[in-house]
Design a protein around this ligand. Structure first.
Ligand code: FDP
Length: 345
């Protein structure tokens, strides 16, 4: 970590200090982030009650007992949409849960920002108390486009154009990690429930250049091509160099796996499943999962690749485009790229 000063300051103070450093700032972005934080606090409260639903009954208005897990996904999605649509800083949104762009209703004021989010990533883990999270990436609408309806080609921008990105992890505590890029650093804030505030707990997060952890779902070994098998063999110390084996950690909740590797160093991989026609590009989504985490890891000194080049340079073609993802410590991800692109065998 570069500095420890500022530990304990509230997230509001942090955002305002970043705003003061930008002479052109209007406060619009600050308003947007503040509303996002409120949405995450509401989701966090509901996630923390998840185990009580069977005891106390479903908490929602509609009684759909059997769909409780799915309901929390939908609840999180609704909270995000309802809280964010009226702030006046967004021109549209896109969610992992919605097939199309979410336009801002005409009764609300509109701004120039676009937000992508996965409202509850890793939601198959809710029932077993494994950490889950909300991921977000924020862009600006390209200049010169001002029709009421925002078009898909305006929204589909490479991840390198994100102006901010991050995630909330709902775990043993609720933590927000985010960056506004350009050397501002990656900062983590822990929710102090009794005062309802996020306090800075992880200033200037830096990921070690090389880690000791590899994270991948090895149950899909049969679906991988030889390059992926050779790469994972390397992390197990099985290749001809006979290097020391890494340790394996895979929770199956992207935010949780990513957060651990960000703090400790290592690589998370979700490769293309070449023999599975349902997942030729893997499972993870470029716009709501890969790009935001790629911005965070890059700002923290790490790297994210699709196996051939930077995730942040991918020119998106579809809203829900999937991508292979190799993300984490820079040297580990570069090594993965060498294997996947065939430069190393
Ligand atoms: P989930 O389906 O539980 O929402 O993209 C979603 C995700 O979880 C990621 O959070 C996680 O890393 C991945 O899927 C797990 O997929 P596998 O079960 O195929 O490993």
């Amino acid at each position: 970590m570069k500095k420890r000063e500022g530990v304990g300051i509230t997230i509001t103070e942090h955002i305002l200090s970043e705003q003061r450093e930008n002479p052109h700032a209007t406060g619009a972005f600050t308003t947007l982030l503040n509303e996002l934080i409120v949405a995450a606090k509401v989701i966090s409260r509901e996630v923390n009650k998840a185990g009580l639903v069977d005891i106390l009954g479903p908490t929602g208005k509609v009684n759909v007992q059997d769909e409780r897990v799915q309901k929390l996904d939908i609840f999180a999605n609704q909270v995000m949409i309802e809280r964010m649509q009226h702030v006046g800083q967004l021109c549209c949104m896109a969610s992992e849960e919605d097939p199309d762009l979410i336009q801002i209703p005409s009764k609300f004021p509109r701004g120039d920002y676009i937000i992508f989010f996965d409202p509850l990533d890793g939601s198959s883990n809710i029932d077993v108390n494994i950490s889950i999270g909300t991921i977000f990436g924020i862009y600006r609408r390209p200049e010169g486009r001002s029709t009421e309806e925002v078009l898909l080609d305006e929204v589909l921008q490479p991840g390198s154009r994100q102006v901010a990105a991050g995630y909330f992890i709902y775990g043993s505590s609720t933590i927000m990690v985010y960056t506004t890029g350009k050397g501002s650093g990656v900062h983590g804030f822990t929710l102090f429930p009794s005062i309802g505030e996020f306090l800075r707990s992880h200033p200037y997060i830096k990921i070690p250049p090389r880690g000791k952890i590899y994270s991948i779902n090895e149950g899909y070994y049969a679906y991988w091509d030889d390059k992926t098998r050779a790469l994972v063999g390397h992390f197990k110390g099985l290749d001809k160099e006979g290097g020391k084996a890494y340790t394996a950690r895979y929770v199956g909740s992207l935010v949780a796996d990513f957060h651990r590797n960000l703090l400790k160093g290592g690589i998370f991989m979700y490769p293309a499943d070449l023999k599975d026609p349902k997942k030729p590009h893997g499972k993870l989504r470029l716009m709501v999962e890969a790009n935001p985490l790629a911005m965070v890891v890059s700002e923290a000194g790490g790297y994210a690749s699709d196996g051939h080049g930077p995730i942040l340079d991918v020119d998106p073609q579809q809203l829900h485009q999937r991508t292979p993802l190799f993300i984490g410590s820079k040297e580990d991800v570069e090594l993965a790229e060498d294997y996947i692109s065939g430069r190393r065998k």
